[in-house]
Write a protein that binds this ligand. Sequence first.
Ligand code: HSC
Ligand code: NAD
Length: 708
Amino acid sequence: MSEQASPSPVQTRRDGDVLVVSINNPPVNALGQAVRAGLQAAVEQLEQDAAIRAMLIVGQGKAFIAGADIREFGKPPLAPFLPEVLNRMEASNKLVVAAIHGPALGGGMEVAMATHYRLALQNAAGGAKLGLPEVNLGLLPGAGGTQRSPRLMGALPAAELMLSGKHLSAKAALAAGLVDKLGEGEDPEAAGLAYVRELLASGAPVRRSCDLQVADKAAALTALEQLAKDNAKKTRGLFSPAKIIDCVKAAIELPFAEGVKRERALFLECLNSPQRAGLVHAFFSERETSKIPEARAAKPRHFAKIAIIGGGTMGAGITVSALDAGLAVVMIERDAEAIVRGQKNVEKVYDGLIAKGRMTAEAKAATMARYTPATSYDDIADVDLVIEAVFEDLEVKKAVFKELDRVCKSGAVLATNTSYLDIDAIADVTRRPQDVIGLHFFSPANIMKLLEIVVPSKVAPDVVVTAFELAKRMKKVPVRAGVCDGFIGNRILAVYRDAANNMMEDGASPYEIDAAVREFGYPMGPFQVGDLAGGDIGWATRKRKAATRDPKARYVEIADRIAERGWFGQKTGRGWYLYPEGARTGQQDPEVLAIVDAERKKKGIQVRAFSHEEIMRRYMAAMVNEGAKVLEEGIALRPLDIDVTFLFGYGFPRFRGGPMQWADMQGLDKVLADIEAFAKEDAQFWQPAALLKKLVAEGKNFASLNQR
Ligand code: HSC
Ligand code: NAD
């Protein structure tokens, strides 16, 4: 037995006549340059050492190999390149075997497919997971994956795997033909060595994926054609899915070496696309938001039993999230009737899942066993954490927090789900402002991933950390926000909604604005969203704020004219759009256009046309400018926190990375120039953020503020 002394992340050792190659590149054994070089060296050793009969590849730690090192994308490529390393490895005349005990994703699954035999382990930690999730990063598998997977598993299943980015369990991978054998346990080296010995003893031949042909080529091509049609409808605006289908077509029609060339060309197109940059930014940003200053100083408080005050839309959704996270929940409502309604709101969610076959009645019963309905605050004296979700009214919330202060045990975390209200003021009615925090869930709370964690001035660091821990348990994406009207998301939303209203009054129809926003990549435009949420909510907020509105600021009354007619959107059958007979997709309404026109005339506005491009420039400039103000005030920690807020809470197209990343990709000087040009028409609305001006003057971008 000999040890390799180098500090390479790829360690090799001899176990008799087997070369054991162990990838040790924490946290997930990504295939960075040093790993590729180490793997290449191992293949050379296999080729050169006559005493070695086989090679076993395993991953150390939790993963087999999670794929290419995503941090290398966009930087100059460094040899050796994975496709060549894998081709050389596959070409070996000695057995090469992979033993997979955790994630084998992207390039990791490509490594596995280039071996001759694959063993997948099942274990309590989740076991082997095989997948080609490159599509989520705007890419396609670029190390032979698009050519080997159709040969191993069939063209259609391979294309579907790559288009979905889904992971297959060990069992599913066996059924799909991706692996040859299942094993148990968490020690891939021991299980892998046993498998290699078994193969050697039985005289198993070298088998290469590249030598296989895709089964039933004519049928595969027909199926792929249909998939391409469905895909075009589904993947609105995405670049790499169609290229994946092209690669699979090449796998069917071309010899392996030709197919690999095609794959390389299309991979490079994807790599150089702005979508790849946006999606990679989204990938890392999503993981960065929980890196907050408080985490360095404090540990989370223990929580197992929580209370939710209010069983309306939000209270019920939050209850479902908490129950699904394994917590015990006491729900408090105002009276017996309201708590019955609250419980029904919760059960409705589970009954929906049962109807769709996604939950059993037994599982619902087991979940609901952790739910306790109550109408008295005395029933929550022992809870560890409370989330208040009563009406959006400061006085009502203050009264609730006084009650919480009276009954809750010392050290209980007291959270409010307010959308806009001053959490410092809420904290100050208690004798324990250090325990009070904002947990701003989004509707529907059991579905939406975003959780804004709003940090008031007196809160203790361990309460902030507890909130992040709760987000993790609930599988939410947390973003740290400061206290201001609307926090990060709703504050910025208010500004770009105003920009949309201004454009509408100046000449763009709500339908044109919605269409431009959808073309940009949003699932819906702002007026469609308004109809979905209900026009009454915004109307009530506008009325509440009317007294404090700056009289010099432009105010567009069109939305009020619509709301005054009781046209609140989908729930009333009409809003900005018409929804005949409960339709979910709205139709354009000439009466709305007439109202818009009348309002323009009333103000004597010179109507002009807006192109979709112009609409988006204003919409985005308003978003980015307010984002910069949110940053300079410290409401958001970093630009990436704003990006994540919009990606996970407001439908911002992920392939654009988020509004601040979008701005960087445009060039901040261009965005600022737009704002300054728009300011010539309305200097009050278009006041450039000082931070934006500073960054432009210094030749910097928002990304420079992410690296703190
Ligand atoms: C690819 O493989 C392309 C190939 O086709 C090769 C093409 C070659 C072409 C050459 C042509 C010439 N890289 O998620 P977690 C970090 S594309 C770098 O919190 P979990 C992550 O940022 C890749 N870093 O853990 C985090 O860092 P932090 C396809 C990576 O246990 C830490 O690891 N593969 C990384 O919840 C922990 O991550 C994928 O898309 C990577 N590949 O989940 C898989 N992956 O601690 C992406 C992770 O500093 N990864 N990190 O914050 C995942 O899905 C999840 O991370 C796992 C683990 C399921 C692996
Ligand atoms: P809702 O009207 O659907 O529900 C409020 C519930 O609180 C009602 O069931 C009411 O009976 C109950 N309630 C009122 N006073 C109470 C009291 N003193 N004790 C116990 N229960 C009481 O409202 P919602 O949409 O669920 O909103 C709740 C909170 O969540 C608000 O602060 C709102 O701003 C915030 N929020 C709402 C949304 C949304 O989209 N609906 C999104 C994020 C945050």
